[in-house]
Design a protein around this ligand. Structure first.
Ligand code: SF4
Length: 342
């Protein structure tokens, strides 16, 4: 049986033709599945019963089970989803300004990158998510919350570029005009920096928003926080990002989880200035969110020191924001996603 949700429109079309059905049936089906998000072929009443029967012999429509939903006092909602093999993943719905929402999706069960401050990294790597498992996180929330316009950020559990093919395919399906039709401008992919995959992405998905989990501008310390830095040196990552085709007026976002005594010193802010001064960049400082799995030596920087750090960089002309740690009370904030029984 074929997972129909994981197919490009063109792939669906060739299978529909092989079944001896008319070409337009493929667009019709694609739209019912990705735009109207039907969960059963029998709910597509415009398609005759006999045709639905032959579709059911070849395809299935996968689904996802929401095991738990937790809402924090800032209205961030964390979903715990169970997949077909009983693995669990988490997805976060974050309210933004002007009645907009952002859905933060996971791309792997666990993660092999081992960033020191990250709860997902502590889980180790279990497996990649399939295309449909990525899409279903978005579709479930859109349907449940009756939302139309959302931003989608690939920043949940897992390193998106470590599950390259499925992540790229899921984004291409999300932006398909006959499907969910989410604008590329509303999709952000966040990576810890895998150079060959960033290079590939330039050809496969130019003009999406890119974010780099930077967390330190000094190589040695970055390698301590993020082991991937030993393989993909910051200099090479930055060089690769400098030629990433970006949407007009957009900046590359650099995420910076601030950790007391490790990356919040005067030396660090000078290194950041040197690194980012030639980039059209936005530095997003994130207060460290403590979680049960975190090493005891990591402590958050005090609020006033974060503000002073940001102010110094702003005074030198950098665009700096300090992110609210939305969802921290329900372990849904940055670096806090982890499932216990997956
Ligand atoms: S921060 Fe991202 S890349 Fe690093 S361990 Fe966590 S999920 Fe993986």
């Amino acid at each position: 049986m074929i997972d129909i949700l994981s197919l490009y429109r063109e792939e669906l079309e060739s299978l529909i033709l092989e079944l001896g059905l008319e070409r337009y049936r493929a667009s019709q089906l694609f739209s019912f599945i990705h735009k109207h998000r039907v969960e059963r072929f029998d709910d597509i009443s415009v398609i005759k019963k006999e045709i639905r029967a032959s579709l059911k012999e070849l395809f299935y429509i996968p689904s996802i089970v929401c095991k738990k939903k937790t809402r924090s006092n800032d209205m961030t909602t964390k979903y715990l989803f169970q997949l077909a093999d009983l693995a669990n993943i988490e997805t976060v719905l974050i309210p933004m300004k002007d009645n907009r929402y952002t859905i933060c999706v996971s791309t792997q069960v666990g993660c092999r990158m081992g960033c020191k401050f990250c709860a997902t990294g502590k889980m180790g790597f279990k497996r990649n998510l399939t295309v449909s498992e990525i899409l279903l996180q978005v579709y479930y929330i859109l349907k449940e919350q009756k939302l139309k316009n959302v931003n989608v950020v690939y920043m949940g559990m897992g390193e998106p570029l470590d599950n390259y093919d499925n992540v790229v395919k899921s984004i291409k399906i999300l932006i398909d005009e006959d499907g969910c039709n989410i604008s590329k401008r509303r999709i952000t992919l966040s990576t810890c920096g895998i150079v060959d995959k960033i290079e590939k992405l330039k050809k496969d998905l130019p003009y999406i928003n890119m974010a780099l989990s930077l967390h330190c501008a000094i190589d040695e310390k970055r390698s301590y926080l993020m082991p991937i830095n030993k393989k993909h040196k910051l200099e090479d990552v930055m060089k690769s990002l400098s030629t990433f085709p970006m949407p007009r007026r957009k900046r590359i976002t650099f995420e910076y989880v601030m950790i007391k005594g490790i990356n919040d010193t005067k030396e660090d802010r000078k290194a950041l200035l040197r690194l980012l001064s030639t980039y059209k960049s936005k530095l997003n400082i994130i207060p460290l969110n403590k979680h049960d799995l975190m090493d005891a030596d990591l402590e958050p920087t005090e609020k006033r020191n974060i503000e002073e750090f940001a102010e110094f960089l702003r005074s030198k002309g950098m665009f700096v924001t300090i992110r609210d740690s939305k969802g921290s009370s329900i372990d849904a904030a940055c670096g806090m996603l982890a499932t216990k029984n997956s």
